[in-house]
Design a protein around this ligand. Structure first.
Ligand SMILES: *Cc1c(COP(=O)(O)O)cnc(C)c1O
Length: 220
């Protein structure tokens, strides 16, 4: 069991160090503590240690955990980092402050409708299937311009691109590619980097790193 406050300060120090090496400011990078599968008792100590931005990958799990945590601890920014079904768009828009998994036209439509209905604009990242993996979420690189066009026509607030590179391969080229795609499309946000590679991602331009196990320990 890692001590949450120690884990948090270690991750923050590593982010700051990677940023310094790359000539960036640590404040340019948002650490999202990915708390999926972990119970409220494991999350509370991290909030008490000062962490205010969290990520979940399932709407239902987040709905079960976060209203009470928010009541107990005040303002928390909650990011959805997992795949989103169109029929959960309304719940997602109500619960989350940012969505990292916009990856198809049907979801553009569902989210635009849900944001209209809720009267609430939730910033979105477009998830790119950066390694062209069959089983993985994210839009194909070739489909990105069209999807971005649709999202912009629907007036969705698109803030950047997100990726999860293929497992067990050096991730740096994929981070560099996501950074290039974001630049090509005039997008400031790059959501990339997890526990095993967030320092590399920071050096290659990440603005949001999504870190789970390095903060909470392993998931069962
Ligand atoms: C679980 C998850 C993370 C965090 O993974 P760790 O390896 O535990 O840091 C980041 N991004 C997404 C999309 C995830 O599903």
């Amino acid at each position: 069991m890692i001590d949450p406050a120690t884990a948090l300060s270690d991750v923050n120090a590593r982010i700051a160090q990677a940023a310094r090496i790359a000539g960036r400011k640590a404040e340019e990078i948002t650490l999202i503590a990915v708390s999926k599968t972990h119970p409220a008792e494991a999350i509370a100590p991290l909030i008490e240690a000062g962490q205010r931005v969290f990520g979940e990958n399932r709407v239902q799990e987040a709905e079960a955990k976060w209203p009470a945590l928010r009541d107990a601890h005040g303002a928390i920014q909650l990011h959805l980092v997992g795949q989103l079904q169109s029929n959960k768009a309304e719940e997602a828009v109500r619960l989350f402050d940012c969505i990292h998994s916009l990856d198809r036209p049907s979801l553009v439509t569902a989210l635009a409708k849900a944001m209209d209905k809720a009267g609430r604009q939730v910033p979105c990242f477009i998830q790119v299937n950066i390694g062209a993996e069959e089983q993985k979420g994210g839009c194909a690189i070739a489909d990105l311009p069209a999807l971005l066009g649709e999202a912009r026509s629907a007036a969705l607030p698109i803030v950047g691109l997100m990726c999860v590179p293929p497992a067990d391969i050096e991730p740096a080229p994929f981070f560099a590619l996501l950074d290039k795609l974001a630049r090509d499309h005039g997008l400031a946000g790059r959501s990339m980097g997890m526990s095993s590679d967030y320092e590399t991602a920071v050096m290659l331009g990440a603005t949001h790193v999504r870190v789970g196990s390095a903060l909470f320990g392993g998931r069962t």
